[in-house]
Every structure is written in structure tokens, then in C-alpha cells.
Design a binder for this molecule. Structure first.
Ligand code: TRP
Length: 322
């Protein structure tokens, strides 16, 4: 697979983001995009197989079961862009269905080069498919994909796994509107959304007994140690998810078990933590099925169809750009 990569000063940007997040007055935070280095991506693969975390399997089931119907609702020749492809495993069914009717270009957009490589290993055996990866932020990558589309070709954008839930609700609509601005009328967006469920189920899903989710969250600190010369003692922080009923989300935090100071050489930073002070690392918002129609409309899409999993409340939404 060809990969378009841009040389960036990744370490410098990481150090800046860590510095900004940890020196913020009030709630300290770290951006969740740094979860997915090689170790984090591998841990997430394990999370997606845990019995407590049904989200990824629900997404896969829906795509597998309804691939033909989804594809039948798309007009004309279609190229596929996927924002945050991960391993590419769940995309197989859609690509196979599309490749049966036309030669298909598949453009995964991913920050993780190892995820792009995995994606190619997973999908390159499908006949009539060409894969071109973009190692980019979502919207930058989508802009480039849109720039190389051929006349008369429609784009299908995949935004699966409920990554939309990692934005707050206002920012989520804004993000969909930005996608819409890059698209043309008649292009489509297949959007995965995790639906509301009980607090008990949510806490289990984000705090599994084996501790894989805890390791995934703590890996953010381990990564700062590895790449930025930090001296976090991982045993002095605990994975601490909480349900936010008002925001209808699960918030992921890392809680300092004691009062301590941590140094991060590359960020030229000493940070103090009080006992029980937390670093907020990600929020995962949950939706009502009917809410998606409204959000889609606000962003400039109409909802063509919606499929809901019976085992784990999750919806796949096919939105068409108006
Ligand atoms: N974005 C995923 C989600 O919201 C990722 C995730 C799963 C996650 N478990 C986590 C993020 C634990 C942080 C901590 O479901």
C-alpha cells in the first residue's frame, strides 16, 4: 500500500500538547489522540474482544449483516474514505460488497502508521480494490481524498466505532458539518453511534475486570515517559472512569493516588498533583437513536437509513449530503 505521510515534528507537538493540558487551571487533561501508539493500538484491539465491551462487535455485526443493503443505497461509482480505520477488520464486508459491483478505491485516514499497515494486511486480499493510506488528521486527510476524486464519482465517508462520541455534543455536530463542507451533494457518511445504556453496563465496559482498559488509559502516561522523558510512576495513578449523567457520557480519568510531583524533561515541566486529583483523558458520549436524525440535519445531511444492533445498543446511520 502507498502511504502519504508528512514529516512533522511529532515529538515537539506531543510535548506542547502535554504541557498545555497539564498546566491548565482547574481540570488537568491530556488529548486522547495520543492513546494510539503501537502499545495503545494493540491494547485497544484487546479491549474490542472483551466480553464487557460490546461496542466494536456490535459495529462489526451490523456492517457484516447489512453490507449489501448499505451498498445498494449508494448511487453511482463510489470511493471510500475511512476516518480512523484502526485495523480495518470491520470494513471488509462493505468493501467486498462494493467491489462486487465496481473497482473500488479505499482511502484509510489514520494517525497511526502501524494501524495503516495492519489495515493493508487485513484487506489487500479483496479483489478489485486499491488501498491508499493517508497518515493525517481526519479532516486534512479527507480534504486530500476529496481532491483526488474523479468526475462523477461519489464519496462514502466511514466514521465508525462511535468515535463521534469522543467529541462533546456541540463539537460533534460541528465536526459533522466540517465533513459535510468537504463533500458534494449525494455523497454519503456512514456514522457509527453507541446508544445509551445503564450506568452499570457502561462502567463495566470502561473498567473491565482484567484491567486491559486501565492499562490502555495508563499507557498515556507510559508513553509520556518513553517519548518525552517523563518520570510518572504508573502505580501511583489509577484508571478512574465515571458516568456523567448530565452530559450522557462516560468520562475517563487518571487519578493520582497521593500528593506528588512529576517531571517531564522534553516538555520542560514539573507538575504537581494533589491526592485524588485527576487528569481527564477522554469522554465517550452516548446517543438516543432518534437524536442522530436531528444532529445529521443540523450538519447538512438527511438520514437515509438506520440499523440498530439487538444485542448491544449501537446504531449505524447512513447520512446523505443534501
Ligand atoms: N473511543 C473509544 C470509546 O469511547 C475508546 C475507548 C474504549 C477508551 N475504552 C476506553 C478510551 C478507555 C479511554 C479509556 O469507547
Amino acid at each position: 500500500m502507498l502511504v502519504h505521510a508528512i514529516p512533522t515534528n511529532a515529538t515537539y507537538e506531543f510535548a506542547e500538547d502535554v504541557r498545555d493540558g497539564l498546566t491548565r487551571p482547574g481540570q488537568k487533561e491530556l488529548p486522547s489522540k495520543y492513546f494510539y501508539d503501537d502499545v495503545g493500538s494493540a491494547l485497544f484491539e484487546v479491549i474490542s474482544r472483551l466480553p464487557e465491551y460490546g461496542l466494536t462487535r456490535a459495529d462489526e455485526r451490523l456492517l457484516r449483516r447489512h453490507a449489501d443493503e448499505i451498498v445498494s443505497r449508494l448511487a453511482g461509482p463510489v470511493a471510500v474514505a475511512e476516518l480512523g480505520s484502526g485495523s480495518g477488520k470491520k470494513t471488509r464486508w462493505l468493501l467486498q460488497a462494493l467491489a462486487q459491483r465496481q473497482r473500488t478505491f479505499y482511502y484509510p485516514v489514520e494517525l497511526s502508521r502501524s494501524a495503516l499497515a495492519m489495515c493493508e494486511r487485513e484487506l489487500s486480499d479483496i479483489d478489485s480494490i486499491s488501498i491508499l493510506g493517508f497518515e493525517r488528521e481526519y479532516l486534512d486527510g479527507l480534504l486530500e481524498v476529496a481532491a483526488c476524486r474523479e468526475r462523477g464519482q461519489h464519496l462514502l465517508v466511514l466514521f465508525l466505532g462511535s468515535t463521534i462520541g469522543n467529541f462533546d455534543r456541540v463539537a460533534g455536530v460541528r465536526f459533522l458539518a466540517e465533513i459535510r463542507r468537504i463533500l458534494e451533494p449525494g455523497d454519503s457518511l456512514l456514522l457509527g453511534t453507541d446508544l445509551e445504556k445503564s450506568s452499570a453496563q457502561l462502567l463495566q465496559a470502561y473498567d473491565d475486570e482484567l484491567g486491559v482498559t486501565a492499562a490502555f488509559n495508563l499507557n498515556l502516561l507510559a508513553r509520556i515517559n518513553r517519548e518525552l522523558g517523563g518520570n510518572f510512576t504508573l502505580g501511583q495513578f489509577a484508571h478512574a472512569p465515571r458516568v456523567n449523567h448530565e452530559a450522557r457520557s462516560v468520562e475517563m480519568h487518571l487519578r493520582s493516588k497521593c500528593r506528588q510531583t512529576v517531571s517531564i524533561a522534553e516538555a520542560e515541566l514539573d507538575v504537581e498533583f494533589l491526592e485524588d486529583e485527576t487528569i481527564w483523558t477522554e469522554s465517550s458520549h452516548k446517543y438516543l437513536a432518534e437524536e442522530i436524525f436531528k444532529i445529521g440535519l443540523e450538519a447538512g445531511f438527511r438520514c437515509e437509513a438506520q440499523w440498530i444492533d439487538q444485542q448491544w445498543p449501537f446504531a449505524e446511520n447512513l447520512l446523505i449530503a443534501e
